[in-house]
Design a protein around this ligand. Sequence first.
Ligand code: TZP
Ligand code: MG
Length: 211
Amino acid sequence: MLFDLSLYLVAGRPACRSGDLLSTVEAAIRGGVTIVQLRDPAADGRALVEDARALLAVLRPRGIPLIINDRIDVAIAAAADGVHLGQDDIRAFEAREIGGPDMILGLSVGSPAEFAASREDLDAVDYLGVGPYRVTSTKANAGAAIGAEGIAAVRALTSLPIVGIGGIEAEHAAPVIRTGVQGVAVVSAICGASDPEAAARVLAAEIASAR
Ligand code: TZP
Ligand code: MG
């Protein structure tokens, strides 16, 4: 499946200000989100599959891919489009063997050193998530903020598509895009907004004008 990393929404029930995952994601899509990840580390597998199926019902008709955070079992059970793996999850080459050639595989990389340690995985992945750009309270163990310099340093090491992540608000979209990455990923800038559609629209406009 082709995918567009431009505005990557990472969403889960606890992150949604309205408490309603589906309506938040629907609003974000109207605002211009191009790809969605279901991320809810506290949820059990059964709940994740249910949420994934509900999201797929609105995303698939619009051609927007659904990526599942960490859980390849959930991605396969729900027939989602891909999986996003962290440095502690199963190796990307293992996920590729399980998920097959069409599964979209993403990998989190927090520094040039972590990129170097991921060499074995790089042939198996379709894109990298690089960050955190700024300090974020959304993810407890997100690691040190790496800023535009850190994202640019990883960018320089690979031709894989990259999405910058971590503490990104509308005002940071342009500096992140100018590091040469394909897109920006956000949780709270959209899920925590009082108007997720408007928040997504502003981010999408910032990204478009930074290119
Ligand atoms: N991975 C690195 S930082 C982060 C994840 C999932 C959290 C991003 O959330 P926010 O609210 O956009 O800072
Ligand atoms: Mg993870």
